[in-house]
Design a protein around this ligand. Structure first.
Ligand code: FMN
Length: 180
């Protein structure tokens, strides 16, 4: 069973990528995991509004990303929402099938006190529109620069417990849906 993680920004030195790497280490204990970063998305090839056209570089990125049984999106908060590059990526995925009946889990991270609750909820709406099966437990990492250690995870014991629960239970959710 394969799970792909999307680090949902192209910002250099991104916390989303650090959280993605940590999540991979935990999920890897019982599933195959690969990280994709929107820093590697071929943004230059979609400039000019190429909606509906076949763009080789975008197709390659999307096909590789979509070849999994479940997805984990790690989403930072930018101006009360998710990064613009995530919406571009989403708008160039194949319609309608990309996430139809596919399990998806979400983690938010932000410098502020709400831990990217807003962008995660916003993105969940977009996933519902595309008929994804959203895993009900999401983690919202608040004050990420102080609260998260890339090696050991969250410094708060209680929040770390919740994060580990999400990362341990999601593969089981994927497995159950794949068997149905
Ligand atoms: C363009 C931009 C807008 C931001 N807006 C918010 C915000 O609205 N709320 C917040 O809590 N943090 C905000 N931040 C801080 C980020 O949430 C924080 O730095 C986060 O770790 C960024 O994730 P990244 O390192 O993966 O890019 C913003 C950061 C950037 C770059």
């Amino acid at each position: 069973m394969k799970i792909h993680i999307l680090s949902s920004t192209d910002r250099p030195g991104s916390n989303a990528l650090k959280v993605s790497r940590y999540a991979k280490r935990i999920i890897n204990e019982n599933s195959e995991v690969e990280i994709f970063s929107l820093a590697d998305y071929p943004l230059q090839d979609i400039v000019g509004g190429k909606y509906g056209k076949e763009i080789e570089s975008v197709k390659t990125f999307n096909d590789r990303f979509l070849s999994a049984d479940g997805f984990l999106f790690v989403i930072p908060e930018y101006n009360g929402g998710f990064p613009g590059i995530l919406k571009l990526f989403y708008d160039y995925l194949p319609f309608p099938k990309a996430f139809q009946r596919i399990p998806v889990s979400l983690i938010g991270e932000a410098a502020g006190a709400f831990g990217a609750l807003r962008p995660v909820e916003q993105f969940a709406q977009l996933l519902s529109y595309r008929k994804a099966h959203i895993f009900p437990d999401s983690m919202y990492i608040q004050r990420v620069n102080d609260s998260f250690d890339p090696e050991t995870g969250l410094k708060s014991e209680k929040l770390q417990e919740l994060l580990l629960k999400q990362l341990h239970d999601f593969p089981e959710f994927v497995r159950k849906l794949s068997n149905n």
